[in-house]
Ligand binder design. Sequence first.
Ligand code: ZN
Length: 221
Amino acid sequence: MRLVLLGPPGAGKGTQAVHIARAFQMPRIATGDLFREHATQETDLGREAKAYMDRGELVPDDLVLRMVSERLRRADASDGFLFDGFPRTVAQAIALEDHLADAGTPLDVVVRFNIPESEIVRRIVNRRTCPTDGSVYHLDFAPPEHDDVCDLCGTPLVHRADDTEAVVRRRLEEYHAKTERLEYFYWERGLLRDVESVGPVEEVTRRTLAVLDDIADGDAA
Ligand SMILES: [Zn+2]
């Protein structure tokens, strides 16, 4: 299975990516992780990317693509892979499509996690973070054992300044403005499938796996 996950911030895409990658025993590929890995190992690609980041510039698509294609050549990606947070633009999507076509391994599906904006706002506004170790709690879904302190280290939890409704709504607006054309690109190719990202994490995972099973059956038929 070769897939891309799309979803607005707060839709739980990152969590689902981990569960789905585990269920299919395939690597989860996130460009942020690739940047960090190449930077830490001081590869040529890493040094090139770092030069852009040090200047406060975006890493150009062509360099991102070289990192991605290097990642796809590793043995663990030979039977499938899952992209989390990539591609971000239509230009990247076209470059990825060309690359995968050359390799004879086109994408099977693009899963879009859908969730009402009010639900995202509720999730993020009720989020509390431990400033010491970064643990994340949620007042409704995953409250700390004792009011307002971290289960792990006892530090008082904080409400991050950017976890407010106004900031969340602005972030969502930016996301949709940037992602609309990308979603259309995949919709046009018949690859886009929607999964409702409401309810418990396990339920959303089950829904996603059902969609993927469907696609796999379709391939076999
Ligand atoms: Zn803590």
